[in-house]
Design a protein around this ligand. Structure first.
Ligand SMILES: *[C@@H]1O[C@H](CO)[C@@H](O)[C@H](O)[C@H]1NC(C)=O
Ligand SMILES: *[C@@H]1O[C@H](CO)[C@@H](O)[C@H](O)[C@H]1NC(C)=O
Ligand SMILES: *[C@@H]1O[C@H](CO)[C@@H](O)[C@H](O)[C@H]1NC(C)=O
Length: 534
């Protein structure tokens, strides 16, 4: 006997031993239906009725009459199980017992609960139980199983999170190798850009791009793809902002791998004048945010202890505690006007994108006085990525949010944005951003929980100009079946999904869009065993 639960918890498959041709498969459409109820239903049908079931797509459960009790579920399923009556086989007393919630510590330290379906079956055959005892045993076993499944699921979700946010050892090696190069090799310590090109950094006749990243190889792919596809690379200025620990590796890499005639600047945050001038709201906010997060919902142990919640929700809450979502690299874009006081317009790029076309036409887009040129994320083929409205990010049960915003307003994406810094300087966008970050902290993160996009959506509200989706195709790294042809035809592709192209979990067919900008025969790349196929 085997039991299999799909990761989405939407399919439960029960295979009773080899040789038996009977099997049960139930597809649940409603998310409202707990899988504990499914277990019960399945076990009923197996043990009590003993016939062959193939139940698929129990759509009716999702309909108007939602089932909240076992009895109701049994009745709902019955018509599909041949024509036999279920009521006669399942005594009401069992429904009653199975619907009772189990006491908190009822399973604690008990050794008489069957651990597997096989054990349960054996015990039932030998024990001569009546319906009530059967139901009690069943409930205990299923609850025990459910507890174990929960823990395993939470671990699985967290593992996926860790897999996507951690740095693989090859990239770690690269950073160490480059830091070493920086210390020992003068050619890895060049001033970037060289002195004669410094005037270009503040010259508004150039195309200025800004990239904030702590990942050297990712930054390099963005930079190479940008420069190689540019029709006038000599007019391209790329400002790379990084953090203190990545500064030396980043500088070493771009010293040894120049992209001339484009102008590349590498700067750590602490090198910016504005940053060293005392009060920096973004750092203060981050510090407070981190404090609140560590206490959020009583900290990680009480989040896990909340058994009423689905494993993916628990995992999401634990993720909210993760410092990754609070990285200064993510928050810093709200201070672009202060970081680049002499520039009028810039294009801001995330480090998980690849440029596939000349981007200078972005400067010709009439922004209509708006500050942020971005793609909308509520219309498009890909229903998973392109169904984002304000309600997807903000908590509209909260009066502060529902009073001010429309839940159905389309959201937009970070990743490839045109920022008109001149227009921005005439607004209070950065202030608004910090005001709302503060409100969220004060309300114990109940306005939103993850990331820097939600406060961005609020701060840029009314200041966004929609640009053609050609300029920013999102959603790579979410699903296997993103079409390569479609991705190839986009101006910029964004691996905003979990399967980043530099990770082992990258999707092989899409990875080539990224790897084609890396020279795998490069000595440093080779010495860290970074390979074309992962
Ligand atoms: C920005 O905020 C200040 C102070 O709150 C206010 O006086 C000013 O009118 C605001 N400017 C804009 C453009 O909203
Ligand atoms: C949304 O806001 C409501 C009202 O303040 C609050 O009770 C609820 O917990 C919030 N939801 C989340 C997920 O924080
Ligand atoms: C991609 O696959 C998912 C599930 O694997 C499916 O739901 C979706 O419709 C597919 N999308 C396309 C465009 O084929």
């Amino acid at each position: 006997m085997q039991l299999h639960i799909s990761p989405s918890l939407r399919h439960v498959t029960l295979l009773p031993g080899k040789g038996l041709r009977e099997f049960i498969k139930v597809k649940v459409v409603s998310r409202k239906l707990s899988y504990r109820m499914l277990f019960y239903a399945l076990l009923f049908f197996t043990f009590l009725l003993r016939f062959v079931f193939v139940l698929t797509a129990v759509d009716s459960i999702d309909g108007e009459n939602k089932c909240s009790t076992i009895g109701c579920l049994g009745k709902k399923l019955r018509p599909k199980i041949l024509a036999r009556s279920l009521e006669s086989s399942v005594p009401e007393v069992m429904y009653g017992i199975l619907d009772q919630p189990l006491g908190k510590d009822e399973l604690e330290g008990r050794s008489d609960i069957p651990q597997t379906l096989k054990e349960f079956m054996t015990e039932m055959k030998e024990g001569g139980y009546d319906a009530k005892a059967f139901a009690i045993k069943l409930r205990e076993m299923v609850s025990l199983m459910e507890q174990r499944t929960r823990i395993a699921k939470i671990q699985e979700y967290l593992y996926r999170h860790i897999a996507s946010s951690s740095i693989p050892k090859e990239l770690h090696c690269l950073h160490l190798r480059l830091a070493n190069e920086h210390a020992s090799n003068a050619a890895a310590r060049l001033q970037l850009p060289p002195a004669e090109l410094v005037p270009a950094l503040v010259d508004n006749s150039y195309f200025h791009f800004v990239l904030a990243s702590d990942n050297v190889i990712a930054a390099y792919v963005v930079a190479t793809s940008l420069v190689r596809n540019s029709l006038r690379p000599q007019k391209v200025v790329l400002h790379i902002i990084t953090d203190k620990k990545t500064y030396y590796p980043m500088q070493a890499w771009f010293s040894l791998h120049p992209l001339s005639p484009a102008v590349i600047e590498v700067k750590a945050l602490h090198h910016f004048d504005w940053f060293s001038k005392g009060k920096v709201p973004v750092l203060e906010a981050m510090e407070k945010d981190q404090q609140v997060r560590s206490q959020f919902r009583g900290g990680s142990s009480s989040i896990v202890a909340n058994t009423g919640e689905k494993p993916n929700v628990i995992a999401a809450k634990l993720q909210a505690l993760s410092p990754k979502y609070n990285s200064v690299m993510n928050h810093i874009r709200i201070h672009l006007p202060e970081l680049f006081p002499s520039l009028d317009k810039i294009v801001f790029l995330d480090d998980d994108i690849v440029v596939q076309t000349d981007l200078s036409p972005l400067w010709d887009i009439d922004m209509d006085g708006k500050v942020n040129g971005a793609v909308e994320t509520c219309t498009g083929e890909d229903k998973f990525v392109m169904s984002k409205r304000l309600k997807s990010y903000l908590n509209f049960s909260h009066p502060l949010i529902s009073k001010k915003f429309d839940p159905n307003e389309c959201a937009w994406a970070y990743g490839m944005n045109i920022f008109d810094l001149e227009a921005w300087r005439n607004t209070n966008i950065s202030l608004t951003y910090h005001y709302w970050v503060e409100q969220n902290i004060k309300s114990d993160l109940s306005l939103w929980q993850l990331g820097t996009l939600p406060p961005g959506l609020i701060a840029f509200h009314g200041h966004v100009h929609n640009i053609d989706p050609f300029w920013h195709m999102l959603g790579l790294g979410y699903q296997e079946n993103t079409s390569l042809a479609e991705a190839k035809s986009a101006g910029v592709v964004h691996f905003n999904g979990r399967a980043k192209p530099w990770l082992h979990i990258a999707l092989p067919q899409l990875r080539s869009l990224w790897t084609k900008y890396i020279d795998f025969s490069d000595n440093i790349i080779r010495s860290c065993h970074i390979r074309e196929s992962s």
